[in-house]
Design a protein around this ligand. Structure first.
Ligand SMILES: Nc1ncnc2c1ncn2[C@@H]1O[C@H](COP(=O)(O)OP(=O)(O)OP(=O)(O)O)[C@@H](O)[C@H]1O
Length: 636
């Protein structure tokens, strides 16, 4: 199973922050929705105050119309009180409806805005960030956490404030109107406060663990689905299932701990008011019997406690919802506050005018590159010039830093020291859009998106380019990349490919990725072993057509095959992170022992590959060996 990086997210850097301070950071996202949220809060408060007013009416009815009025046969007071209670009840229901209507829309809006902001930021963050963060963790934050937050905004936060106000106002009324009974009820608030405080501290940690474990689980699903072919091919499906089962079990145990902690508080919140009510009933009965309290006051007392009990019992649920939302906010901000070190300059450089159809000038000047977490640099004081219109093959042993070097001109990484220039301008002084206009890349491992062939290939072509020109670029790029198979797809260039679409072979995918880089008409083309998955016949055909395109472009090609080296005007040798030799293939063969060693290793690999293919009953075998000898000829 591919390992999941669980360590990067286990720390909880915001654990020192209070829940209020954590949640306050949402302000920029909820600002636009605040009027409606506040309106919803006012409606909720109004509804609970109406609920609290009903016991006062009942006290007045009991002590007035029910006793004095009945004695004097005056029913009007009774009728009015019934009408008043009905109006208060209807008002309460109306305000609850109003609250729902007011908060529903802003809740979903805030969720959508935060989701878009997070996605935009993820797109902007550099490759180094995505190398460190497992996809499932990001997925669970962008989907699960923000869904939790919406539910809290629509319901939890209002419920929390309303519960708090109802309890405070209700207990205040009990103390003012109920005398000793109120004080007995108030005593119950002490254990409730202590328990709620302890619950918050414990639940916060479990909530964080649970949401992180959900992310790990999502990562496992994502990696297993992504690598389903490898898992099946190696018969490792059951290992994937074992890992998934272990993680799912861990999450289940955490959820049980969460539910048990929640249930403990809820039970206490149910029992404590019941006990205080029982004590108050004994004392209240005594007070009424001794004439120190009216019957109406006793009825009002118990009706008020009934109104307060609901929010007290719900406090467990409201608190857990709030703590889950706080975790979601922390996890959201951990990503959104990650600073992107690869930013656009405040004042982009004035770029020199370029001659169309002529390649750019690329220069690596004293370039050092080191990964943040690495002990030593991958590239060490590299100097390399790529003159306009030339094709340079970059060769080196595996792990020598070729792919890293190729990622510097398109600013997929920034140098640690030194400068990478395109047309005489440091790429860090250009906006990323300016860099992407000049430099296109095709990787060995091609990524295609769930879209048509046309959209995949024209990804790097500006939308402003006229339709006819786009069509010409598409056809030319497909032709150079020898992607003739597209014509046989069910809907030609409009066939949907990628994850949800038609599956393509590795070689077909590589050809589309190459076509994408060519269609962008870059001044600088970086090809990271772009032909590795092609059969030899196709590789020969692509190589032949690619030469025509490369004339108008400055190219850097990472070569793992002798035939790819044959494409180049010159070759640069990378050894231990340094460029140790630059020259034509012949010159280097004559004077550089390390180059001879690399070429013989490449040929050896190629021979093995060739042998494998010849051994297979492959229709291409004959043309394959023929092409191989052509490559050898080109190289010799
Ligand atoms: N994120 C990272 N953190 C630390 N080291 C890294 C990271 N990514 C790559 N490396 C290391 O950088 C070195 C150069 O890697 P790179 O992919 O550039 O080599 P390469 O020459 O292209 O290899 P290959 O020919 O096998 O593709 C390797 O030793 C690799 O382990």
């Amino acid at each position: 199973m591919p390992p999941t990086d669980e360590s990067s997210n286990r720390s909880d850097p915001s654990s020192e922050r209070s829940t209020f301070a954590s949640v306050r950071r949402l302000y920029p996202y909820v600002r636009a929705a605040l009027p409606r949220l506040i309106g919803g809060l006012v409606a909720s408060l109004g509804a609970s105050l109406m609920a609290l007013a009903i016991p006062r009416v009942l006290q007045w009815v009991t002590d007035g119309p029910l006793t004095a009025g009945a004695r004097e046969h005056d029913w009007s007071g009774l009728i009015w009180s019934v009408v008043l209670v009905a109006l208060l009840g209807a008002g309460e229901a109306g305000l609850i409806l109003l609250r729902r209507t007011l908060v529903m829309f802003p809740g979903t809006r805030v969720e959508a805005v935060m989701r878009m902001a997070l996605f935009r930021h993820l797109q902007d963050l550099p490759i180094a960030f995505h190398d460190r963060w497992p996809g499932g963790q990001l997925l669970s934050r962008i989907m699960g956490d923000l869904g939790l937050l919406r539910r809290w905004l629509v319901f939890g936060i209002l419920q929390l404030v309303v519960s708090f106000v109802t309890i405070v106002v209700g207990v205040g009324l009990l103390v003012v109107t109920g005398g000793w009974l109120g004080i007995i009820f108030l005593c119950g608030a002490i254990p409730v406060t202590v328990l709620a405080f302890r619950f918050s501290r414990k639940y916060r940690k479990i909530s964080r663990l649970s949401q992180d474990q959900s992310g790990d689980l999502a990562t496992t699903v994502e990696e297993s689905v992504h690598g389903i072919r490898v898992l099946k091919a190696f018969g490792r499906g059951s290992d994937a299932l074992d890992q998934f089962t272990d993680q799912a079990e861990e999450l289940r145990e955490t959820e049980i701990r969460k539910a048990t902690t929640d249930a403990g508080l809820t039970t206490a919140l149910r029992v404590i008011p019941e006990v205080t009510q029982a004590v108050a009933l004994v004392v209240g009965t005594y007070l009424v019997a001794s004439g120190d309290m009216t019957l109406g006051a006793l009825v009002a007392f118990f009706t008020t406690t009934a109104v307060i009990n609901g929010p007290v019992v719900d406090l467990g649920m409201t608190l857990s919802m709030t703590l889950n939302a706080r975790t979601a906010v922390d996890r959201f901000f951990e990503v959104i506050e990650t600073v992107n070190p690869l930013t656009d300059p405040d004042v982009p450089a004035d770029l020199p005018a370029v001659t169309p159809g002529q390649g750019g000038h690329v220069a690596f000047r004293n370039v050092t590159f080191q990964h943040d977490d690495a002990a030593r640099p991958v590239l060490d004081r590299v100097d390399l010039e790529l003159p306009p219109g030339t094709t340079t093959a970059l060769v080196g042993l595996t792990g020598s830093g070729k792919s890293t070097l190729a990622m510097l001109p398109p600013r997929l990484f920034d140098v640690t020291a030194g400068v990478v220039e395109v047309d005489g301008v440091d790429v860090r002084d250009m906006t990323r859009a300016q860099v992407r206009e000049r430099v296109a890349v095709a990787f060995e491992d091609p990524t295609l998106f769930s879209a048509s062939v046309r959209d995949n290939v024209l990804l790097g072509v500006a939308d402003t380019v006229p339709e006819a020109e786009r069509e010409a670029l598409l056809n030319q790029a497909l032709e150079v990349a020898q992607a003739h198979f597209v014509a046989d797809l069910p809907d030609g260039v409009d066939t949907r490919i990628g994850e949800e679409g038609l599956s393509l072979s590795g070689g077909q995918r590589q050809r589309l990725a190459l076509a994408r880089a060519i269609a962008a008409r870059p001044r600088v083309l970086v090809l990271d072993d772009p032909l590795s998955a092609l059969d030899v016949t196709t590789e020969e055909a692509v190589t032949a057509r690619l030469r025509d395109v490369l004339v108008a472009t400055t190219s850097l090609i990472i070569a793992h095959r002798p035939s790819t080296v044959a494409l180049a005007d010159r070759v640069a040798v990378l050894q231990g992170g340094r460029i140790t030799a630059v020259g034509t293939h012949q010159e280097l063969l004559a004077r550089d022992p390390h180059y001879r060693y690399i070429i013989s290793s490449l040929e050896e690999d190629y021979e093995t590959h060739d042998h494998d293919r010849s051994a297979a009953p492959d229709a291409d075998a004959e043309s394959h060996s023929q092409s191989h000898s052509q490559s050898q000829e080109a190289l010799s």
